[in-house]
Ligand binder design. Structure first.
Ligand SMILES: C[S@@+](CC[C@H](N)C(=O)[O-])C[C@H]1O[C@@H](n2cnc3c(N)ncnc32)[C@H](O)[C@@H]1O
Length: 221
């Protein structure tokens, strides 16, 4: 049951790849870029980046179980020569300076903090390399100031509204949870797990606006 909800979440996340594509297409055309995807999770955007570019991708993640999922996807897609996985914390990146044309981070920079992430990750970008961050909506004004202060040029940014998050992620997820609940009506452990899943949706409903998110497309100056 848990697996089927997780798989469904991955499918819904794939639906959001159109925003990953939109952000990628805001970059100039790059030949075989080297891309570091920080906090790649089970690799939904990582796989999309491989499809979008003809480059080499490193998916970096702290959770080995998620990396295992990504490794299965890579193998199934026959992309082992183009996507590598690294188990590592974003706090302890260990790559030579100027290793990457693009650093990508969706839903993960909040862990290190926006300003610190921008500062610490910069040295791993080649001169004029790109940093793309999909972030929570908080402190947008401050973050827009950090971008030039940390040595980047903002090429563009766009919002994913609460309506999009509801229509494309939380509403279908809630429907699936309710459908699954009917099947497991007599299984208390499964029902508890479904309650846990529902919590994320209830939090969204309490304050939909705080669930808006934003893509920043930046270039190292
Ligand atoms: C919200 S998920 C986003 C996953 C993926 N980027 C996506 O958009 O589908 C955030 C990811 O950051 C990872 N993460 C959290 N702390 C981390 C750290 N210190 N170093 C590397 N990854 C971390 C989590 O394990 C999780 O997979």
């Amino acid at each position: 049951m848990k697996k089927s909800i997780e798989l469904y979440k991955d499918n819904l996340r794939e639906g959001l790849n159109k925003y990953t594509r939109k952000a990628y297409l805001m970059l100039p055309e790059l030949d075989k870029p080297r891309i570091l995807d920080i906090g790649c999770g089970s690799g939904v955007p990582t796989m999309e980046l491989a499809r979008l570019s003809n480059g080499q991708i490193v998916g970096l993640e702290i959770d080995q179980a998620l990396l295992n999922k990504l490794m299965r996807k890579i193998e199934k897609a026959g992309l082992s020569d183009r996507i590598k996985t690294v188990r590592c914390s974003m706090f302890e990146l260990d790559f030579p300076d100027e290793s990457f044309d693009i650093i990508w981070s969706e839903g993960s920079i909040f862990k290190i903090g926006f300003e610190k992430g921008l500062k610490k990750w910069k040295r791993f970008l080649k001169p004029n390399g790109f940093l793309v961050v999909h972030d929570e909506i908080t402190n947008t004004k401050k973050k827009l100031k950090y971008i030039p202060n940390c040595g980047y040029k903002l090429l563009g940014h766009f919002l994913i509204s609460e309506d999009i998050w509801w229509a494309e992620y939380f509403r279908p997820l809630e429907k699936r949870i309710n459908d699954v609940r009917k099947k497991y009506i007599n299984e208390s452990r499964a029902l508890l797990e479904l309650d846990n899943e529902q919590q994320e949706i209830d939090m969204f409903k309490k304050n939909p606006k705080s669930n808006r998110s934003i893509f920043y497309i930046m270039q190292k100056k």
